[in-house]
Design a protein around this ligand. Structure first.
Ligand code: ADP
Length: 461
């Protein structure tokens, strides 16, 4: 109909504003590398925090024994145990459990929360049997994945800066979260200690590295996004203190805070302004799962209001922030029927509008535009990290097989996003170098990764 045709100029402008031709990608990759360098010079030197993980011994495959992991990063915590059998036997057995955290504990005291977690761990440890075996007289060791901002001070200590993601627990900020957990375990009578405090990205790198020595970078693309990589100690001017034996350490970039040279639209700017953290996490707001659906929603709302994309339907539900989610736009992009029935029914179910074929095609183009920009910018970010490593190692990255371990629901479930990301990496690196760069899904490696880091940092070795 003539109504929907008038949405075309909005689409064309959107595509122009979101365009990521090679020069834009190159600029983003270069800026990422420059920001990384600035963040390594001095704390606060850049948008990128470049947090030192204190992980300087990565899993080799030789690890042996029983190790535990605890992952606290949202409304659930996960506990896991793994029996490692060394080079030949590898992972003999794993077991895990998930426990949801009662709402009231998210608003309670630090002791209450950590006591609840330690009691869950204690019950889990009680069920240790079968192939799991702790040598007599030994304390169990735990890798603790804690996905909140901490100022790490060693491999097994870190001060909580602030709770995020809806947690408002009193009495933890400014304290060492490892000490909090160790004390709670003691109160529970549980003979276990934290050997490694790890960020989830770092856990993913360690988990992937256990199977493949060429893993150098890990990237999470889920609700949010982050990346870490293996850095040379002498490339970290802000690091004063004892050198690691290996001469290398993992650096957590906190790349979600990157903002340099991104192609942003009016929709991004409005979304940011109305967010709970305006001006922050701009890269994350452009490429991660929490936001892609919301950007599309804002575009569709404008098309509905200014160009009557959905005819006379009142796009009431489309006015609700975050009503359209990234899995919805992903599902719409998978619709291969000739009249876009799936798109029509998702639009109807989620936003309450009815749509004709022309409108549905425009909607798919909007989804594609936002996913394409996100995937390609994520790819440019990865190349920025690789470029930084290459420049400082004089050819030790691009000249050999190098693996980037990827995890997170967005990367896992959104095939178009994944292939746009790969396209950008290939375009930037060229056909020869990109043959050496393997971008690979490493599913749920972060739990085992934390247990592996407990093993590499074991007090018994
Ligand atoms: P989190 O990042 O919250 O720890 P995940 O790594 O599982 O957890 O990522 C979940 C996110 O992945 C969701 O918020 C969503 O944005 C994205 N996601 C999940 N399923 C899909 C899907 N089918 N298509 C696209 N994105 C998805």
């Amino acid at each position: 109909s003539s109504n929907t045709v008038s949405a075309a100029p909005i689409l064309i402008k959107l595509q122009r504003d979101c365009a990521t031709p090679l020069p834009v990608l190159r600029h983003v990759a270069d800026a990422m590398a420059a920001d990384m360098r600035a963040g390594l010079e001095v704390d606060g030197g850049s948008d990128l925090k470049m947090i030192l993980s204190y992980v300087d011994a990565l899993p080799t495959g030789n690890e042996k024994g029983l190790f535990y992991a605890l992952d606290l990063g949202g409304t659930n915590f996960r506990v896991l145990r793994v029996q490692l059998g060394g080079k030949d036997e590898r992972v003999v057995e794993t077991e895990f459990e998930q426990v949801s955290i009662p709402q009231e504990l998210m608003f309670g005291t630090s002791e209450e929360l950590f006591d609840f977690i330690a009691s869950g761990l204690e019950k889990f440890a009680q069920k240790e049997a079968g192939n799991f075996c702790l040598p007599k007289g030994r304390t169990r060791e735990l890798g603790f994945t804690f996905s909140f901002p901490v100022k790490q001070t060693s491999i097994d200590s870190g001060i909580l800066i602030k709770w995020t993601k809806g947690f408002a627990v009193s009495g933890t900020a400014g304290k060492d979260v490892v000490a909090c957990l160790n004390e709670a375990m003691k109160r529970q009578g549980l003979n276990m200690r934290v050997s490694a405090l790890v960020n989830d990205t770092v856990g993913t790198l360690a988990g992937a590295r256990y199977w493949d020595d060429d893993v150098m970078v890990a990237v999470i693309l889920g609700t949010g996004t982050n990346a870490c990589y293996v850095e040379r100690i002498d490339a970290i001017p802000k690091l004063h203190g004892p050198n690691s034996k290996s001469g290398r350490t993992i650096v957590n970039t906190e790349w979600g805070a990157f903002s340099n040279g991104l192609p942003l639209t009016e929709f991004d700017i409005e979304m940011d302004a109305e967010s709970i953290n305006p001006g922050e996490q701009i890269f994350e707001k452009t490429i991660s799962g929490m936001y892609l659906g919301e950007i599309v929603r804002r575009v569709l709302l404008k098309m509905a209001e200014d160009a009557r994309l959905f005819g006379d339907c009142d796009p009431e539900k489309l006015r609700m922030p975050f009503s359209l989610r990234t899995p919805d736009i992903c599902a719409m992009q998978q619709d291969s029927s000739k009249d876009f029935e799936v798109v029509g029914s998702i639009l109807h179910d989620v936003t309450g509008v009815s749509s004709d074929l022309i409108a549905r095609k425009i909607v798919v183009d909007v989804c594609d535009t936002i996913a394409k920009r996100g995937g390609r910018l994520a790819g440019a970010g990865i190349v920025g990290i690789l470029q930084k490593m290459e420049d400082d190692s004089r050819g030790l990255v691009f000249g050999k097989r190098t693996v980037v371990a990827m995890d997170g629901g967005l990367y896992e479930h959104y095939p178009q996003y994944r292939s746009y990301l790969q396209d950008a990496v290939t375009e930037l690196l060229g056909p020869e170098i990109s043959k050496n760069i393997v971008i690979e899904h490493s599913k749920d490696g972060s739990g085992i990764g934390a247990a592996l880091l407990a093993a590499t940092n074991s007090m018994y070795q």
